[in-house]
Design a protein around this ligand. Structure first.
Ligand code: ADP
Length: 373
């Protein structure tokens, strides 16, 4: 088993007439057995990074090591990786059994019986034993994705690379498969790099998540770290659903003044010292509806979610979203006053988006429970 070290990786696509910098100066160290999710908007360089790890693209600069082996110049077939794609890429004319075993037949000296045994073990692990003699077209999307996973697992690679493997599945199945895939990965203990544009999936699955934008790595951290302590406004805005509320405010001593009469006085103005304007971020769950106060917004839509309500509000032409208790259900087109604690406030530099302040309330993030199941 191997960890992965990506060092100063650049990837430039050069068609002769045009150069596209897809990945710029990327360095990440991924631990043995870690599940790292690469996440970011479309075109940010996630797939390119994964393809460089797989050996499907040459790197322009930099190096890639698996464990203590530099694999930068090795071909894909010499890297001991298994890839799982969004479109399954199963051979339609082969049975599930042959699809799963095919790679072993090509790349190992195992006997037919040994391959058969491995295929059956993996099929059982994935709950597809009954489908071994079917062809892919007889299977549902979820079953096909299990076969694709089986084909990767059976090879016992040192690294799994997964490119949006669940995005063709419907929402319920996707969420079930997320859990299944995480459990499998933990059991198999294989270093995994997983690409998705879906921040919810990234948060749910990653031991750590690496947020990219425009080919540049913005931040790597645990889901809690990137959520609570984003390095910049891009990360704060990309991570979290519904998104963080952002508005620009003038700094007047220790008071922030924004659109629609927004006003907030900081107990600790140190983060905004030297700034005339800042960007203020408040997560929807940190907004509290109160009877009366300085900040008042118009309620435009109320969405009851059962366990909570989403309030969509407007203040000085700015949309605000609040996640509140189900009992808080103001009528649409009325006004409500709201408040939030200073500990929950994020502040960003308006020029470069750098974080000036993130959440400062203390939350115990240690994992509880010690009994191995
Ligand atoms: P993501 O996976 O985050 O959506 P990609 O890694 O696919 O992003 O693409 C990153 C950038 O590189 C994009 O601007 C994309 O258009 C460009 N790109 C990707 N593949 C190629 C290619 N084969 N030739 C030229 N440009 C490419």
């Amino acid at each position: 088993m191997a960890g992965i070290n990506i060092t100063d990786l650049d990837k430039v696509y050069d068609s002769g007439t045009e150069k596209v910098v897809a990945v710029k100066d990327l360095s990440v160290d991924i631990d043995h057995g870690e599940f790292l999710v690469l996440v970011g908007p479309s075109g940010c360089g996630k797939s390119t990074t994964l393809r460089c790890l797989a050996g499907l693209e040459d790197v322009t600069e930099g190096s890639i090591a698996f464990g203590d082996q530099d694999v930068t110049d090795r071909r894909a077939s010499e890297r001991d990786v298994a890839m799982v794609f969004q479109n399954y890429a199963l051979y339609p004319h082969m049975t599930v059994r042959s699809n799963i075993g095919f790679g072993l037949k090509l790349s190992t000296k195992l006997t037919g019986d040994e391959i058969e045994e491995k295929v059956e073990d993996v099929a059982e692990m994935l709950g597809i034993s009954k489908l071994l003699n079917e062809k892919p077209k007889a299977l549902s999307g979820g079953q096909q994705q299990r076969v694709a996973l089986g084909r990767a697992i059976v090879r016992e690679p040192s690294v799994f690379l997964m490119d949006e493997p669940l995005s063709n599945l419907d929402a319920k199945l996707r969420s079930d498969m997320r859990t299944e895939l995480q459990e499998l990965q933990a059991d198999l203990d294989v270093t995994t790099v997983y690409v998705t544009h879906d921040q919810t999936e990234a948060m749910a699955m990653g031991d750590r998540i690496a947020v990219m934008d425009g080919g540049v790595l913005q931040q790597v951290g645990s889901p809690e770290e990137v959520y609570r302590s984003p390095v910049n406004q891009f990360v704060a805005d990309f991570i979290g659903s519904p998104s963080i509320n952002l508005l620009t405010a003038d700094v007047d001593g220790d008071t922030l003044r924004g659109p629609g009469g927004f006003t907030y006085t900081l107990d600790d103005p140190a983060p905004v010292e030297g700034h005339d304007r800042v960007s203020v971020g408040i997560r929807p769950e940190d907004i509290t509806i109160i009877d009366s106060g300085a900040n008042v917004a118009d309620v435009t839509v109320v969405e009851p979610m059962g366990n909570e309500n989403f309030l969509y509000m407007e203040m000085g032409g700015h949309e605000l979203t609040a996640r509140v208790e189900p009992s808080i259900r103001p009528a649409e087109d009325t006004q409500v006053a709201f408040d939030f604690s200073e500990a929950a406030v994020y502040l960003f530099d308006v020029e470069n988006g750098d974080a000036l302040k993130t959440k400062t309330d203390t939350v115990d993030l240690s994992v509880v429970g010690t009994t191995e199941s």
